[in-house]
Write a protein that binds this ligand. Structure first.
Ligand code: ATP
Ligand code: MG
Length: 424
């Protein structure tokens, strides 16, 4: 008999079906056993006249007849006729799979990751994340972007050598890439003009915050023949709007489960664009004291300001001072053609127009205390004709975190890497 997925059960009465999945919960009432069976698509109540003696999380195949039931999820239950044990689970789970996961500490969630990921609410984070990835790529392909995969092993740092993990590479040391920055620029110049990459990025940063991981997934974009960073902000808002639309359409149940909603297209068109200096003024006024850096408190305050004034909890901050941005950022007087997107109180993306003029780039590399001779490969990109270009990158986990309202970014990473944790 063919397997029926729980979400595909349409008939409510007297149909014989076979379902397979995990033993989610067992409840005994009188002489009857109610067993909740879980598969990737949902949960089904099954009714057993004889106690099967199964441990929670065992994997089984059951066959039986459907009967309507008011109390069961989906209004239907399965009267079990026979079953097969596909894999027995050991007794005494170290962490309960069927409980409300928000009651678990982040340590418990991560220490027992192999089991906590079985919880439907936890698993839903990653179903939604998969939709972010799919819609991001789909939208960019529709605009003639090409997906690339660049190496994560690099000879030297793209941002100036700090915050890099060293790796033994035969008889020498190399580093884990902090971003695909230099390679995506190279591919624009190689003639692809428009590229995107989804890949791991590594930051050897010691901070322990609810918004930093030491390994995260970077959604990178780079495009040629732009005139200003305003075009990049336009594209970024469009991409995000498309992702939100798709998530709303495909993952409405998950948004509801996490009690979250997303800005609609009208709100997305109204995201304010303010300069770094204006941002500092707004924050200073709101906090009643002069601030000099755009810190996490300021980022939250600015999103609050945007929510109150533009009706959207997002804001672009552009024109960062030169010393606050990497050497490849296009200068604009004392400032740069660069921007961050803050969403629900957190930076979820950074971008900029890049320097495409070889001599200006060499000058800026020196200005940043770096050695152009060590960047010979990179400089070749510009020596032989590179169009004006720019790009940006989203952090996948930060985006997921903010869409669902997760308090810690680690919840949005399957197997997060932090200062202490490299397993599971
Ligand atoms: P922050 O200032 O918040 O530490 P950043 O400015 O150093 O971040 P960028 O180098 O601009 O980060 O990286 C682009 C995007 O990648 C960020 O906006 C963020 O979404 C994501 N990102 C960067 N570093 C991390 C990290 N350590 N953990 C998770 N996501 C990150
Ligand atoms: Mg940034």
């Amino acid at each position: 008999m063919e397997r029926t997925l729980i979400r595909d059960i349409r008939e409510k009465d007297d149909t014989r079906i076979s379902c397979s999945g995990w033993v989610h919960r067992i409840r005994k009432l009188g002489g009857i056993t109610f067993l909740l069976l879980r598969d990737r698509s949902g949960i089904l109540q099954t009714v057993w006249s004889e106690e099967p003696g199964l441990n929670l999380e065992s994997v089984i195949q059951v066959r039986g007849r459907l009967k309507p039931s008011e109390k069961a999820p989906g209004g239907v239950e399965l009267q079990v006729e026979d079953y097969k044990l596909l894999a027995a689970a050991a007794p005494n789970l170290p962490v309960a799979v069927n409980q409300d996961p928000t009651k678990l500490s982040i340590e418990a969630l991560l220490d027992y990751r192999m089991l906590s990921l079985r919880n439907p609410k936890i698993r839903s984070i990653f179903s939604l994340q998969s939709e972010i990835l799919r819609s991001f790529a789909e939208y960019l392909r529709s605009l003639d972007f090409t997906e690339i995969k660049s190496s994560k092993l690099i000879g030297s740092g793209s941002e100036g050598g700090t915050g890099l993990f060293e790796v033994d590479y035969f008889d020498r040391k190399v580093f884990l890439a902090q971003s695909p920055q230099l390679y995506k620029q190279a591919m624009v110049a190689a003639g692809m003009e428009r590229v995107f990459e989804i890949g791991a990025a590594y930051r050897a940063e010691k901070h322990e915050t609810p918004r930093h991981l030491n390994e995260y997934v970077s959604l990178d974009i780079e495009m040629g023949f732009i005139e200003s960073d305003q075009e990049l902000m336009d594209l970024e808002a469009e991409i995000l709007n498309y992702i939100f639309e798709q998530v709303r359409r495909k993952n409405a149940d998950i948004l509801e489960l996490w009690d979250s909603s997303l800005p609609d297209p009208e709100a997305m068109r109204k995201i304010p664009r303010i300069s770094y200096d204006e941002a500092r003024d707004i924050i200073s006024t709101r906090l009643g004291r002069r601030i000099f850096e755009l810190n996490p408190e300021g980022e939250r305050e600015l999103c609050q300001w945007a929510a109150e004034n533009a009706g959207v909890e997002a804001v672009f901050v552009h024109s960062y001072p030169r010393k606050k941005r990497p050497f490849y950022t296009y200068p604009d007087g004392r400032h740069t053609m660069s921007f961050d997107l803050l969403f629900r109180g957190l930076e979820i993306s950074s971008g900029s127009r890049r320097i495409h003029d070889h001599d200006l780039l060499v000058e800026n590399i020196r200005r940043f205390g770096l050695d152009p001779e060590e960047m010979e490969d990179y400089l070749q990109v510009f020596r032989y004709g590179c169009p004006p270009h720019g790009g940006f990158a989203f952090g996948l986990e930060r985006l997921t975190q903010k869409i669902l309202g997760l308090s810690n970014i680690k919840e949005a990473s399957l197997f997060p890497r932090d200062r202490k944790r490299v397993s599971p």
